[in-house]
Design a binder for this molecule. Sequence first.
Ligand code: AMP
Ligand code: MG
Length: 271
Amino acid sequence: MSFGDLLRAAPGTRPNLTAIDPRSTPGFDAGKSAARARLQELRDELAEFQEKLWAEQGQSLLVVLQALDAGGKDGLIRKVMTAFNPQGTRVTGFGVPTEEELRHDFLWRVHAATPGKGRIGVFNRSHYEDVLVVRVKELVPESVWRDRYERINAFEAHLAANSTRIVKLYLHISREEQRARFQERLDNPAKHWKWDSGDLETREKWPAYRAAYTDALERCSTDVAPWFVIPADHKWYRDLATAEILAETARAMDPQWPEAEDDVAAIVIPD
Ligand code: AMP
Ligand code: MG
C-alpha cells in the first residue's frame, strides 16, 4: 500500500483523529536512521521532478500545510521542501490578515499566492485558517464560516481544473508532544523567539481545534484536493511520509521534457 493510500483522509468520511496515534509510523518500521537514508533518495527524486516540471511549464504543484502550534510545519519545510530549487518554488506563510486583506474575500490573498505553471507553491498555513482559528475564536459569525467549506472546495476544484495538483497535509501531534516542544522553546534561548504567548490560549482550546480540524478534513478532502493526516510526533516519520506522498504525487503528475525548439542534432556550434 502506498503512503498516500495509508494516510489519505477518505473523501466524504469523518476522520477519527483521536484514533490516529501521532506516535505511529504507518508503512515504515525500519526506524529513524533508515528513514533519514530513504529521505535522501526521495529528495533526489523530488529535485529531478521539479526540474522537469519547470521545463514542461504545463502543470503546477500546491502543497498546503496545516498543524497546531509546534506541529512541525517549519521543520518540515526545512527538511523536505528544500529538495526543490528555490528558483521555481515559493513558500507563503499566512498570518493574521492585514487590514487590506480583511477588506477582500478570504480567498483573495490565497489565490494571489498560488503557483503558476511550472512552479511549486508551499502554503505555511492557508485558507483553512478561515475555518479553523476564525471559527474557534469566533472572528466571524457561524453562518459565514459554515459557508466556507463549499467555497474552498469550489476554489480548489477551480485550481485543479487549471492544472494545479493539490496536496494538503495535516501534521498530527499529540498534546504531550506539543507540551514538550513548547517547553523546549522556553528552555532554549535560541528558541525563545518562537515562543508566542497566544499559543497557550490555543492549547487551552484543544478540543475546539480538534473538532474544527475534523470538520475541515471531512468536508474538504476531495479527489482533486485530498487531505493527508501525517502522524507527526516523530519528526523523522513526518518528513519521510511527506516526502513519500510528494514523490507519489510527482510520479502521477509525470512531467515531460519538452521538445527542443530546433533540430538540435543538426546544430553545429561555431568555434
Ligand atoms: P505563525 O504561523 O506562528 O507565524 O502564526 C500565524 C498566526 O496567524 C497564527 O496564530 C494563525 O492562527 C494566524 N492566522 C492565520 N490566518 C488567519 C486568519 N485568516 N484569521 C486569523 N488569524 C489567522
Ligand atoms: Mg507560532
